[in-house]
Design a protein around this ligand. Structure first.
Ligand code: FES
Ligand code: FES
Length: 155
């Protein structure tokens, strides 16, 4: 066990945790932030995407202790059921959510993209979400949703 101290969704968190757990497990099992999903567990699907110091990472590939002193944002830090983030609204409006398993990771990938590039092309959107797999939507509606979110945020 070792003390882990990091900021999650704007809150300072300090916990004693084993040295060998993944950031994904720390978020889900210790903090009960279950919006972050496990799909493949090996860096292929993006369901576990979170932002680490603002950049999307696969939290199944990051050891919890390597986030020590850093800032993590999960889907719970983006919006709430009562107050959705414009990207989340856009996903609903564009019909980009089916089973929803990929959605937290997709939204975080889109969030990171729009922070860096508020007006991306469709190609740039496809590149930004290329690490996130969706088995339901065929991707077009997700790309539509990110375009719509860019328009909403640009208002
Ligand atoms: S669960 Fe992490 S990339 Fe698939
Ligand atoms: S909506 Fe089902 S995996 Fe994307």
């Amino acid at each position: 066990m070792k003390k882990l101290s990091l900021t999650v969704n704007g809150k300072l968190i300090e916990r004693e945790v084993p040295t060998n757990i993944r950031l994904l497990d720390f978020l889900r099992d210790y903090l009960h932030l279950t919006g972050t999903k496990e799909g493949c567990g090996e860096g292929e699907c993006g369901a576990c995407t979170v932002l680490l110091d603002g950049k999307p990472v696969n939290s199944c590939l990051v050891m919890a202790h390597s986030a020590h002193g850093r800032e993590v944002i999960t889907i719970e830090g983006i919006g709430t059921p009562d107050k959705l983030h414009p990207i989340q609204e856009a996903f609903l409006e564009a019909g980009a959510v089916q089973c929803g398993y990929c959605t937290p990771g997709m939204v975080l990938a889109a969030y990171a993209l729009l922070k860096e590039n508020p007006n991306p092309t469709r190609e740039e959107i496809k590149v930004a979400i290329s690490g996130n797999l969706c088995r339901c939507t065929g991707y077009n509606k997700i790309v539509d949703a990110v375009e719509l979110a860019a328009r909403k945020e640009g208002k």
